[in-house]
Design a binder for this molecule. Structure first.
Ligand code: FUB
Length: 311
């Protein structure tokens, strides 16, 4: 399992990961080896020593009408008695889009919408609730296809990578509609700023956004965290509202064993936890990842104490 999104529902921790398997697809820069075909959900009432229950398959690619291939990172949310699953999937034209599915319980089964979220693209949805408003963050470079879009439109010439000294490609955020199934507005760019208040540059690969958005709130501040992809770091930036801009604050986790690094940050029973994945149990096979959890600690000034990933 990989790409954990963890939420407290009905007093328990519910873990929504990607489901890696040995599909035999060879490794490349587009991530074709991440050839996942379903999702499970897990629950526990103790993040440190609890038994974990596998509730089985909650959504299968064969039940999604618009599906092509590759169920990548997902997230879940709760509103008005319903549970929602948001997922990344390639359509029949091999273009990544975001899908939504709905259930009466956190264990599913989740019933998928017949079409992707209108106007959605790229990967790695993260849904964040703030005072009754729901926001969806998304985006991922390279195989995640974010470089194929500008101003929410697909580029005719295929892709655009900024020069090293130009602002890096930004993750995106949009408010969700009241029924939670569509964007309520055009996605906006999430601006990540350096210590001089300038956009982080594309060549600043140890700090620029690559994929795996997560948002949480701590002591009134908004913490946007993400993976730097090819430099394998989990970083964070803070801001004063869900849209940003966000000022870069540092590294949460150093590289793990395996190419990808992906996480979520969740509070449970008075402690904060970092859920993430690595490839230690599979002996370093980057397409066969396993979940891990560790306590996440803040300093008194709100900065996050760095965690060693062991890679
Ligand atoms: O699991 C497939 C992809 O790998 C995810 O969508 C990315 O965030 C990376 O973890």
């Amino acid at each position: 399992m990989a790409d954990p999104a963890v939420h407290v529902f009905k007093g328990k921790l519910y873990i929504y990961p990607s489901h890696d398997w040995e599909s035999g697809v060879s490794e490349n820069d587009s991530g074709d080896h991440f050839n996942m075909k379903d999702y499970h959900v897990f629950s526990t009432d103790d993040a440190e020593n609890g038994e974990v229950t596998d509730h089985g398959v909650i959504l299968d690619v064969k039940d999604i009408p618009w599906a092509g291939r590759q169920l990548w990172d997902s997230d879940a949310a709760y509103k008005n008695g319903k549970y929602f699953l948001y997922y990344s999937l390639k359509d029949k034209n091999d273009v990544f889009r975001l899908g939504a599915a709905c259930a009466d319980n956190p264990e599913g089964p989740f019933i998928p919408q017949s079409d992707p979220i209108r106007g959605s693209y790229s990967i790695d949805p993260c849904v964040f609730e703030d005072d009754g408003r729901y926001y969806i963050y998304f985006g991922g470079l390279w195989g995640g296809q974010l470089q194929r879009y500008r101003d929410n439109k697909a580029l005719e010439n295929g892709a655009f990578y900024p020069a090293k000294d130009e602002p890096a490609i930004c993750p995106r955020v949009a408010r969700l509609s009241g029924d939670m199934l569509q964007f309520a507005e055009e996605p906006r760019a999430v601006l990540l700023l350096d210590e001089d208040g300038k956009p982080i540059a594309a060549g600043d690969t140890k700090r620029r956004f690559f994929e795996a958005s997560w948002m949480h709130k701590y002591r009134g501040k908004y913490y946007f965290s993400y993976s730097t992809g090819d430099t394998h770091l989990l970083c964070y930036a803070t801001g004063d509202n869900p849209y940003g801009p966000f000022a870069y604050r540092g590294v949460i986790m150093t590289p793990v064993v395996g190419w990808t690094t992906h996480h979520c940050i969740t509070e449970y029973k008075g402690k904060w936890y970092l859920f993430h994945h690595d490839c230690v149990p599979s002996g370093g096979k980057t397409w066969l990842r396993s979940l891990k959890v560790t306590e996440l600690k803040y300093n008194s000034d709100g900065t996050i104490q760095k965690i060693e990933g062991g890679g």
